[in-house]
Design a protein around this ligand. Structure first.
Ligand code: CP3
Length: 343
């Protein structure tokens, strides 16, 4: 065990690993025929998330196929609202839906059963740590409070999260309470994943980019800082990646103020700015997922530019957001091969 290297953990410690380790956000998913087969066998999407045997199986599928350096627990950020009894369902071709919450509902949220409800997820993590290759870093995750709150308030996905932004202006107290409650639940949830065998965790703030300056500080930075502080108070040294999609110029203070070990970068972050951010610590990203759909020269060019700019510092190679169902699995093979031939 002592001579096994988990390169992603090395990067999270600030080391430069060459070639850089690689994994892809949403690496288990519909672009893989083996995922679609297991998904069909599981029943609903949530049934799959709460079935440790099948959830572990779909987590392992991209590791078997591509040998990524990290494996990310198969689950969803919306298992937290589900555990809070918000009647979450995933409708085919529509996306997630749940009962929209109002200010009274926020007052009445009952978190007492959340960890029991999520026990199958911890069981999936235990199985994964047992079944994964020793050198594969196992990542747990949760959604950031802002992003989870946007779905809880609208009751569905929306193009710009206008319902949550409006709610936050109209009902600032209730909204702050929702973010706090989600942050505290997330601490327990991440500590549970670390204790079950996750090596590090990622916090997904997919909707950070729709926030104004003050709102970014209050809704994106403060709750994530609270989660990271809370996790480290209980598990000192826990390694944490924070991904705030669309945060742009705010990313500099985002790392400083949240205390994240590494920050995830979406594909809109200019590479020279990314290199600046890398002077402060490890970065993860940031290939446009559409390049993986297109393949060929556009894929190679995108990979090379990232490697040339960021490859000689602490980098975890990743996409700038999740891989899409249209991605060609053979393009992923080409991507991994090209990253691994760097240096
Ligand atoms: O492989 C992995 O990355 C692990 C699994 C994972 C899923 N969702 C599985 C999933 C992770 C880490 C997530 C995170 C997640 N879920 C986020 C944050 C990251 C991001 O992509 O922005 C968000 C916003 C969600 C909420 C969510 N879940 C939406 C909006 C949707 C519908 C859109 C879609 O892609 O279908 C989901 C469903 C979902 N989560 C699927 C998968 C594989 C597809 C559903 C299916 O297979 O039927």
């Amino acid at each position: 065990m002592t001579d096994v290297r988990r390169t992603i953990l090395e990067v999270l410690n600030g080391e430069t690993v060459s070639p850089p380790p690689i994994w892809l956000m949403r690496q288990a998913g519909r672009y893989l025929p083996e995922y679609r087969a297991t998904r069909a066998q599981a029943g609903s999407f949530l049934d799959l998330c709460y079935n440790p045997e099948l959830a572990a199986e779909v987590t392992l599928q991209p590791i078997r196929r591509y040998g990524f350096d990290a494996s990310i627990l198969f689950s969803d950020i919306l298992v937290i609202p589900d555990a809070l009894k918000r009647n979450v369902r995933f409708l085919e071709g529509v996306g997630p839906q749940m009962d929209p919450i109002d200010a009274d509902g926020i007052d009445q949220l009952d978190a007492s059963n959340v960890m029991t409800h999520l026990a199958p997820v911890f069981e999936t993590v235990r199985r994964l740590r047992r079944d994964l290759p020793a050198e594969t870093t196992l990542l747990g995750f949760c959604g950031a409070p802002w992003t989870v709150a946007t779905y809880m308030i609208a009751g569905k996905g929306t193009p710009d999260q206008a319902p949550a932004r409006l709610f936050a202006y109209r009902y600032p107290k209730a909204f702050a309470s929702l973010l706090m409650q989600l942050a505290d639940i997330s601490v327990d949830y991440l500590v549970g994943q670390l204790d079950a065998g996750a090596d590090a965790v990622q916090i997904f703030d997919s909707w950070a980019g729709v926030l104004g300056e003050e709102e970014f500080a209050a809704f994106a930075i403060a709750p994530v800082a609270r989660i990271i502080e809370g996790v480290r108070a209980r598990r000192p040294g826990a390694k944490i990646i924070a991904f705030a999609k669309g945060a742009g110029f705010n990313l500099k203070t985002y790392r400083q103020k949240t205390g994240a070990d590494a920050i995830g970068l979406d594909w809109s972050v200019p590479l020279n700015f990314a290199a600046e951010l890398q002077k402060d610590g490890p970065v993860q990203g940031n290939l446009d997922p559409m390049r993986v759909v297109a393949g060929g020269q556009s894929l190679d060019d995108g990979i090379d530019r990232i490697l040339q700019t960021l490859g000689n510092g602490p980098l975890i190679f990743n996409l700038g957001h999740g891989i899409t169902p249209e991605a060609n699995p053979d393009h992923v093979t080409a991507l991994v091969k090209r990253v691994r031939s760097f240096g």
